[in-house]
Design a protein around this ligand. Structure first.
Ligand code: SF4
Ligand code: SF4
Length: 127
């Protein structure tokens, strides 16, 4: 991870375009909170709101869409905790309108990885 390397915001924007359906789905999230109780991490962390599935998606992938890819390295680093430390992609979270939070978090991870932001155990293969 090179903190000096500039973020390729155009590259992020192009990746975001590949999954426009996720932007639409994020826009229909009613913030009802019904997904929260199905996340064991949220329940086990004394219902810390930052562990809510919707919170994690909205403040990672959702933020990238809202800013049209114009996110800073510091913002990507902030997302790292949310999308790696606070979600294990177990797919247990349930949303009545069919929003797949783990798919969104997995995609947010891919975008972060493209910019050199990842967990040490999750390094991309680099030639
Ligand atoms: S993801 Fe679904 S269940 Fe969770 S807050 Fe949004 S609409 Fe409600
Ligand atoms: S996929 Fe992530 S947000 Fe969904 S239940 Fe598992 S840990 Fe929670």
């Amino acid at each position: 991870m090179n903190p000096e390397k500039p973020v390729d915001q155009n590259g992020i924007r192009e990746m975001l375009k590949q999954r426009k359906n996720m932007e639409v789905l994020l826009s229909v999230c009613a913030s009802c909170g019904m997904c929260a109780e199905s996340c064991f991490l949220y329940v086990n962390k004394d219902k810390d709101p930052t562990y809510m599935p919707s919170y994690k998606a909205i403040h990672s992938l959702g933020k990238m869409y809202r800013k049209k890819g114009k996110v800073s390295r510091a913002e990507l680093e902030e997302m790292r905790e949310l999308i790696w430390d606070k979600c294990v992609l177990c797919t247990r979270c349930y949303c009545p309108v069919g929003i797949s939070i783990p798919s969104m978090i997995a995609w947010a991870r891919s975008i972060c990885r493209s910019q050199g932001v990842f967990k040490e155990y999750d390094q991309p293969n680099v030639a």
